[in-house]
Write a protein of this length. Sequence first.
Lengths: 582, 371
Amino acid sequence: MTEAFTTAPEPAGRVSGTARSSDVLSITDLSVTFATDAGAVRAVAGVSLRVAPGEVLAIVGESGSGKTVTAKTILGLLPETATSSGAVFLSSKDGSSTNNVISVGKQKLRQLRGTDVSMVFQEPSTALNPVYTVGWQIMEGIRAHGQVGRAEAKKKAIEILGRVGIPDPEIRVNYFPHQFSGGQKQRVVIAMALVLDPGLIVADEPTTALDVTVQAEILDLLRRCRDDFGTAIVLITHNMGVVADLADRVAVMYQGKVVEEADARTLFASPQNDYTKKLLAAVPHLGQGVVHAADRAAARKPDWAAGTPVVVAEDLRIEYPGRLGRGGFTAVDGVSFSIRPGEVLGLVGESGSGKTTIGRAIAGLTRVTDGSLTVHGHQMNGFKERAFKKLRSDIGFVFQDPASSFNPLLTIADCVAEPLIVHGRAKNPAAARARVDELLEAVQLPRSYGDRYPHELSGGQRQRASLARALALEPSLLIADEPTSALDVSVQARVLELFAELQREFGFAALFISHDLAVVDILADRIAVLYHGKLVEEGTSAEVLGDPKDPYTQRLLASLPVPDPVEQAERREKLRELRTAG
Amino acid sequence: MSHAPDTTIAPVRRGGLSALWNRLPVVHQVKQSMGLQRGMLVTGLVITGLFVLTAIFAPLISPYGFSQLRDANGPFGAQVPPGGAHLLGTTVGGYDVLSRVLWGAQTALFVIVVAVLLSIFAGVFLGLVSGYFGGWLDRILVVICDAVYAFPSLLLAIVMSIVISGGKSDLVGGVFAAAISITVVFIPQYFRVIRAETVRIKAEAYVESARVLGASNGRIMFRHVLRNATRTLPLIFTLNSSEAILTLAGLGFLGFGIEPSAAAEWGYDLNKALSDVTSGIWWTSLFPGLAIVLVVLGITLVGESLNDLADPRLRGRRSVGKVVSVVAATSVVPGGTLTGGPGGLDGLEGGADGIDADIDSFTDEGFEDRS
C-alpha cells in the first residue's frame, strides 16, 4: 500500500532543504502509547523527523526519552501493548516504493525489513544466535527475501563479511558467534544489516556494549556504510562523543518530544534549547579534573606522602580457576600500586582488564592467588573472614548497578542502617534512624526518602543512597566500582560532583574504577591504566592524560570521542595515524 | 551542587488496613488481572473457596456421617439410586454418596495442609542452605533430589504408606501416611525452586554489599536472600496442592488409602465403585470423580493464573486509546522518575525497573511476537 508523499503534512522542525520525495524516512507526528499496569503511558508524543539518503541522523536523549521507541517504530517492532498514531513513511533505496510502516500489514512489513530498513542492535552477543554459524544467519536474511540459491547466498555472505572488515571471510563464514570478539560480532551484525543493501539502517546504541577502542573501529565502519554503500543511518545513542563523531544531523529528544534538531556542528557549537545546553554541559570531557587535582595536592600537609598507605599491592596476581584439565584464567597479572590516605586512585581499563577484580580483592570478595595485597595493614593473601571482619567497617563499597545493589524488600533507611546494625553501632533500624537521616542529608537526599523502597527512587537517587550506605561507618577507604556507568550523563555529572564533595568532607581514600577516562579525570589524583591484567601506566592525572607514555594509553586516549565534531574529526585522523604506526 | 528538584511522583501510601489488603498475594493479583485471565483466576478462586468451605462445614451440611450405614429407619441399603432420602444414592457398601463426597473434602484439605506444611519448611530450608553455601553439601542434596525425582511418585507413596502404617489405618495415620509420602516427592520441588533463586540472588549486588559490610551468613541468608527467594512459592504451593489430592486419590484407588470407617476418601470410593460401572450404577463413581476433577481444576486454575500474572509478558493489560494520558515522567533528567507499578514489587518481575523497563527494553521477544 503506497500513499502519495505529497499528501502528508509538512513535518515540523525541518532543517535540511532536500526535496521530500527523496527522503528515505519521514516520520510525521508520531505518538506511541503503552498499556502498562499503571495505565496508559505515553512514550513518544508528536515526533516528526526525516532522513535524506546517505545521511546520518543521530537521535540523542537520556533513558526514557522515547528514542528507542521511535527507532523501533521505524521497523514496526513495537510490542502488542503499544498503540501508535501518526505516519512513518519509508522509501526503498531506489525510490520506487514508499510505505507507511504503521499501517502496512504484517506480510508487507516483513518484506520491508531487511530490504528497505534494517537494524543493528546494542548487544552483538545477544543479537546473534549462538547455535548457527554467522554465515547461516546472514544467508537466512538473504533467502528470506527472494529466491536465491544456497551457493549464491553464501557467496554474498562471504562478500559482505569481507566488506565489513572481517579477515579471511571465506573461512570465517563458517564460524560460530562465540569464535568472534565483541567488536567482530558487531561487524557481523552490521554485515547482516547491510547484506540486502537497505536504504536505511537503524542502529540502536551500536557501540554502548563495546570498549572505547573497539567503539572507534565500529564508528569508522558505520561511517563507511554511509560513504561506500550510500546507506542512511538513524543512530540512537546517549553518548555525545559518538554523536559528534558520526552524525550529520542531530535530533535531541526529551520526554517523548524532539526538543531540538540541527546539523551536528551547529548543535554542538550553539545549542538553542535549554535542555540541550544542560545535556552538553554535563558531558565529561578530558582536562576538567586537572585544576581540582592541583588544588587537592596543594592543600595536603608536606609529610602526607610519607604516611602509611591504606592499600599496598605488590606483584598482585589473581587467577580464576579454570575447568578441569584447563588452566585458570589470570585476571590480574603482577600489579603493584598503593593508595595513600585521602587519595583518589582512578583505575582505568577496558572490559576484561581486571580492574573490577582488583576492587573486589581489596574488599575481600575475591581471593588473591599470589603476591601481596595489604589493606589497612591486613594481608589479603590467604585471608580469613573472621580476622578481616573488624576491618570491614573501615571499607565502603559502591556498586555499579544502582538497581540491584539494594535489597528490594527493605526501605532505603533499613538498607543504609545495615552497616550500623551489623557492626553493632545500633540495635535496630529505628535506633539507627537519626544517623541514617544525617547520612541521607549528606548525600543530598530528603530525609523522607528513607521510608521509600529502592524501586521508588531513580537511578541517580539510588546511587546517592548507595554512597550514604558506603559512608555510614565513615570508612577511611572507599571502593567505587563504575558507580556512574549505569547512569545518564546529566545524572552522572551530579553524582560525580557529590562524590568529589563527600571526598573533600570525609577525606577518605578511594579506589575509583571506571572504563571512562573522562570520568576518572574529574575525580582522581592519580590514574592507573590496566590492560589485560597488567598495569601499563601509572601517574598523576596530568601525567597520564597529558603525556601518555604507553602505546595502549595513547590509543585509549585517542579513541575516546569528544563531544565536538570539529575536534573529533582531527582526533580521528590522529587515531588513524596511531593505528597505522602501531 | 543542589539536590534534584523533587518531582518524583510520590509513592502511593494507602492507609493501614486497605494497603495491607491490597498487598495480600491473591487479592493483589485479582485487582491486577483482567479479561480471560481474571475469569480464570476468579473461577479457580470460587471453586477452591467452595472446596475449603465444604471441608470446614462438612459436619453441618452433610446429611449423614461418613461411616454411617443406618439411621432411625434402618439400614440405607446398598446401591440405592439417587433420590429420596439419599440425594446421590448409596454405595455398594451402603454409605450415602453425598455425605462421603462432602466429608471427603475434609480429608483432602487435611492432606494438602499437612503435606504442604511438611514439605515447604524442609524444602525451603534445604534449598536456601544448599544454594547459599554450595560446595559438596549442595552437590549431595541435588543428587538426592534428582534421585527422588527419578522415582515414580505414586510407587514411592505406596512404599511410604506401607512403611508408615502397614498399608491401612485410621484417619490421622492414613492422612499422615499419604501426606508424608507426598512430602517426600514435594521437598525436591521446593528445594529446586528456592535453590535456583538463592543461587541467582547470591550474585546480586545487594548480597555482595552485605558481605562487604561483614554481615554474618545467617543474617544474609534470612534477611537478604530468603525474603527475595520466596516470590514463586504461592505458585508451586497451588500446583502442589492439586498434585497432593491426586496422589491421595491414587493411593486410595489402589487400596492404600484410609479405611472407610476412619474417614471419607474419594479415591477409596472410586476403587469400590469400579465394579458398579459395568453394571450401570453410575452414581457411585461419578460424584467422587467429579469432586476430584473440580478441586484439582480449581486449584490448578488459581496456580496457572498466578503464574501468568507474575510474568509481565504474559499478563494482559487494558488496551489504550489513541489519545490518552500525558507523557510519563520516565526520564530521570531533572531529578524525578516514576518506576515500579502500583502493586510494587509483587506486581513487577524484577520490580526495580517497572515501567521504564517495559517501555525501553523490549528486546527480540517483541520481534518474534510480531513476525
